[in-house]
Design a protein around this ligand. Structure first.
Ligand code: IPD
Ligand code: CA
Ligand code: CA
Length: 259
């Protein structure tokens, strides 16, 4: 696995340089499927094509699941799961707080997760049973916090969505947690749970490319996650994800704020 890890980290570094070179350029921005908040730019597509092309050249038998559909989804022994820019809204409007997210799964088990915070130059790499590094330095396991000490990242859209579906009323949790944020990049937020910067992330609008790399990182650092649907959906379907610093605070949240 080490060869593949070194290969993908070097490749993501090249993709990071590509994005930084384009960050202030003029590029086309399109809206996906009529959803004003689901953006795709020329940069997303060209970075994905670059990553896919180079992986195909090095590992021709591997399959892919990618956000921008530059290659068909293929169920192979090894599958690369790619989000070329996670947080495209942040990329377009804020020029920061977006990431490249690449994971390698083997028979549906996460092996490598790479999340690159492009502007802050942070490369977080998790390898199954080998731990996590941040810019090549080992990261320690998360320190458990209580719900009262937890910083929770959840979007208004998810709060409304979970309420509408009759699952949870998260508006009521505000006095039970330390604070609330919504950064706008699922991959980065999962990495940040691993790094101990926040403690919980809740979303009902994710696809596998948003969290595939993050889960490898969280699993290695003793953090916890689960899905309403119980298992990862290995296709382009939207799903939910609850990730947290530890299982106890997620159970506590569910006990108190699930409908
Ligand atoms: C989005 C971001 C956002 C999350 C959305 C994702 P994209 O990914 O991760 O934080 O709320 O559900 O689709 O479209 O910027 O790659
Ligand atoms: Ca994404
Ligand atoms: Ca994306």
């Amino acid at each position: 696995m080490n060869n593949r890890k070194e290969f993908i980290v070097a490749l993501v570094r090249e993709a990071q340089a590509m994005i930084l070179a384009k960050i202030d350029a003029n590029y086309n921005v399109d809206i996906k499927g009529g959803n004003q908040s689901d953006l795709v730019t020329e940069v997303d597509v060209s970075v994905e094509e670059f990553l896919v092309g180079r992986i195909q050249a090095a590992y021709p038998n591997d399959g892919f699941i990618t956000e921008e559909n530059t290659v068909p989804i293929e169920d192979k022994e090894y599958v690369w799961i790619i989000d070329p820019i996670d947080g495209t809204m942040n990329f377009v409007y804020m020029l920061r707080d977006f990431a490249i997210s690449v994971a390698l799964y083997h028979n549906k088990v996460g092996q490598i997760g790479v999340i690159c915070d492009v502007v802050n130059d942070e490369m977080i790499v998790g390898v199954l049973n080998e731990g996590v590094t941040l810019n090549d330095k080992p990261v320690k396991n998360v320190q458990p916090v209580t719900l009262r000490e937890a910083i929770v990242d959840v979007s208004l859209r998810t709060i409304v969505g979970l309420e509408k579906k009759g699952i949870a009323d998260l508006t009521k949790m505000s006095s039970s947690i330390l604070s609330h944020r919504n950064m706008g990049s699922a991959a980065l937020r999962l990495a940040h749970i691993g790094l101990g910067r926040i403690h919980m992330y809740i979303s009902d609008t994710l696809c596998i490319w948003d969290f595939a790399a993050g889960l490898v990182i969280l699993n290695e650092l003793g953090a916890y996650h689960n899905f309403l649907e119980d298992e990862i959906v290995f296709d382009a379907k939207r799903t939910d994800l609850l990730a947290s610093n530890n299982k106890t605070i997620l159970d506590e949240l569910k006990e108190n704020f699930y409908i």
